[in-house]
Design a protein around this ligand. Structure first.
Ligand code: AMP
Length: 491
């Protein structure tokens, strides 16, 4: 999962991109970067958080009214600084690109580019391949044409070749900004406008929160399969490149997005509350008695409050998070993740002592987080520890950009609920259902009837993924994790 942001403004774009990226920092903490254009490209990218990768001095150097930025969360792709985005090519025209998603035919595309087009692909990042495919298509359609249709014509060819999920913003030197979303609209992408000093500015971002904090309003999602071109004078042109059934990723609402964001007009916060309401029904069926319901911070608060309202179980805060440690799962290496759960969370013992507690989290992946939290609750004096996941059992890898590793790593893969409860040490476990989740998300926008639920169901909306591709992606992920592990040990 990554975050993208593009801005066209009358002012200094880089400073605003920097600020906007910090609002979507939760989408990736591994690397960050910004490229601007003012007659030449100015680029700064590197490992770490936005403030690690880009300094105040860099911002001054990144001149221009137009630019794009990125925060990276690695799935497939190495952890080196050269893998950080944006990427750019000088031919044709000068193209820079940031991207959120995953190309499921990456290996095939890379091979073709190398053997048929003699393009050298230097990194393991999908965006480098996507940028090269688009560059070839733009060349074919005649980059001397200046009307926006040249980009849309090129994109039609690009869409025909690439498979998977992609929400992309590109900067075209001397021309403008081009944003596009895959035919299924799996990853979010939203545009906003603002009037500043009498001029209209535009921004396009992964999440509405980045637009809101920068004062952009009139938010409108880029539709599934839609491309938008904004020229340097602020003229906006839009085309549907290829449209299929809109199936936004449901995991954005579960975990990834900030609760104050709206994705495809659906409030992330309200959806989490509705997930909690659904879970309340299933908890009641268990006929167990809890004295308190406690959220695992930060994602579970909304769902837990709703469950408390529904069931009458008292809502209590029993786990306190150290805000100055990043989201544990997002740290790439499993070793680091394990160590940091204890560093990250502490218990308020008065809320656990001699009580039967129901802990709520957004999801259970490998089960190591929940096992450790249950253990903490017992150490804090809880009598019975029940666990609730407001998403359904995760069983299938995400091939569209969420770091859900290899199939064997899911605790729910070959276990039923009681076996999982035993494995994580819970006295009882309750999961949401996929149907309940879909109905909860759908209530936020009745026009969206389906969501990508592939990580729960194994049904991949953008087409079935051949076994060899699955294996290749799994191998790449294991290798990337191992590489990062060795980097982490050396630190
Ligand atoms: P695990 O220990 O593997 O079961 O991790 C579960 C925890 O990781 C949950 O508390 C979630 O909040 C979080 N989580 C779930 N999925 C992801 C993901 N794809 N990326 C980052 N964090 C996640």
């Amino acid at each position: 999962m990554c975050g993208v942001l593009g801005i066209l403004t009358g002012g200094h774009a880089a400073a605003e991109i920097y600020e906007g990226l910090t609002a979507i920092q939760h989408r990736g903490q591994d690397a960050a970067g910004i490229v601007t254009w003012d007659g030449a490209f100015h680029l700064k990218k590197g490992n770490g958080l936005v403030h690690d990768a880009v300094s105040e001095k860099n911002i001054k150097r990144l001149k221009g009214h137009i630019g794009i930025g990125h925060v990276r969360y690695p799935t497939v792709g190495g952890g080196g600084a050269e893998d950080a985005q944006p990427f750019f090519l000088s031919y044709p025209l000068g193209l820079a690109m940031v991207y959120n998603g995953n190309l499921t035919n990456y290996h095939e595309l890379k091979r073709e580019l190398e053997t048929k087009k003699f393009r050298y692909i230097n990194t393991t990042c999908d965006v480098e391949v996507l940028l090269s495919v688009f560059a070839e298509d733009l060349l074919k359609h005649g980059p001397t044409r200046t009307e926006p249709d040249v980009y849309f014509d090129a994109l039609r060819d690009t869409y025909a070749k690439i498979k998977g999920a992609y929400s992309t913003v590109a900067l075209i030197a001397g021309r403008g900004m081009l944003a596009f979303r895959d035919p299924y609209g799996i990853k979010p992408l939203i545009m906003g406008e603002r009037i500043l000093n009498g001029e209209k500015d535009y921004a396009i971002a992964s999440e509405s929160v980045a637009l809101a904090i920068l004062g952009f309003s009139n938010h409108r999602d880029i539709g599934n399969g839609e491309a938008i071109f904004i020229d340097l004078d602020g003229k906006v042109t839009s085309r549907i490149i290829e449209r299929k059934k809109h199936t936004p990723c449901i995991f954005e609402y579960v975990y990834f997005a900030r609760p104050d964001s709206f994705i495809d007009r659906i409030s992330v916060y309200r959806t989490r509350r509705r997930f909690g309401k659904e879970l309340a029904k299933l908890w009641r069926e268990k006929k167990l008695k809890a004295d308190a319901v406690i959220p695992v911070p930060d994602s579970a608060q909304g769902a837990t409050l709703a469950l408390s309202d529904e069931t009458g179980i008292k809502y209590r805060e029993g786990l306190v998070k150290n805000r100055y440690i990043g989201r544990t799962f997002i740290m790439p290496a499993q070793k680091k993740r394990r160590q940091s759960i204890r560093r990250k969370l502490n218990t308020i013992n008065t809320e656990f002592g001699k009580k039967n507690v129901l802990l709520i989290d957004d999801s259970i992946v490998r089960g190591s987080t929940s096992a450790q939290i249950i253990n903490l609750a017992r150490q804090a004096g809880a009598k019975k520890v029940y666990f609730g996941s407001y998403s359904a059992p995760l069983r299938h890898p995400c091939y569209y950009g969420i770091d859900m590793q290899t199939r064997s790593e899911f605790v729910a893969r070959d276990r039923d609920v009681d076996e999982i409860a035993k494995k994580i040490g819970a006295d009882a476990l309750v999961y949401n259902t996929v149907e309940g989740m879909v109905s909860a998300a759908h209530k936020g926008n009745r026009k969206i009837t389906e969501f990508c639920t592939a990580c729960f169901t194994g049904c991949y909306p953008a087409g079935d993924i051949p076994e060899e591709t699955r294996e290749a992606i799994a191998r790449d992920r294991i290798r990337a994790d191992r590489d990062r592990d060795s980097v982490n040990t050396e630190e």
